[in-house]
Design a protein around this ligand. Sequence first.
Ligand code: AP5
Length: 218
Amino acid sequence: MPKFIVFLGPPGAGKGTQAQLVAKEFDFPHISSGDIFRENIKNRTDLGLKAKGYMEQGDLVPDELTISMIQERLEREDCRDGAILDGFPRTPAQAKSLEKILADLGGQVNIVPFINVPEEVLVRRLSGRWICRAEGHVFHELHNPPKKAGICDYDGSELYQREDDEEETVKNRIKVYFQKTRPLIEYYQTAGLLKEIDGDKPINDVVEELKNVISQAI
Ligand code: AP5
């Protein structure tokens, strides 16, 4: 039966950083809804054009667009054993749709690590974040700097800062998280799937804790 892991947490909690590392360990694809939207914007697809305005404001892209995009991704061959989901679901409607999509694939959500980080830390993390253009590898100018400024350690591509990491947009993203995504904590707690992880620790410590809880659940 395919196994699915949902990473939950506010913007800047470290979902992407941890998901990249944990996906390698368990040999699962890492599916980031934000990365898929950014790829569509870069390629000027219909979906990208529809999503762009919402993302620039730090608002959520409407559920119907997001759900069909993720459904298409989960139906691909590389998810036959499971996947790590980063940034999806983000609303109760998305969570319910995910259950149905996974049931149709013969799978289910096995565990939901909730990476918890205090609000004041999030803004600092996002303002110092640098991302590689080729593969989306994530760095931080203080906590996780690249060996050479502006260049990705893994593939040598250029590093850039996301437009939605600008201060006002970050504030809105955090507000939207509290309004629309936080209810999922209770949703997954009730389902017995939530595992809270202290994300305000060094990256390697968080990864180790995640590997432990995930290996017990899959
Ligand atoms: P998305 O790309 O998913 O952004 P997000 O949820 O806001 O999360 P981030 O990617 O900003 O943070 P992260 O938790 O991955 O942190 P990271 O590992 O990079 O979504 C962007 C937009 O797309 C949304 O606003 C929305 O418009 C749209 N969207 C996406 N999904 C959607 C959905 N399901 N429905 C509707 N709309 C959707 O880490 C941050 C920084 O901290 C990095 O610099 C990193 O190096 C550093 N860091 C990480 N861990 C640590 C640590 N332990 N200690 C110190 N530094 C650390």
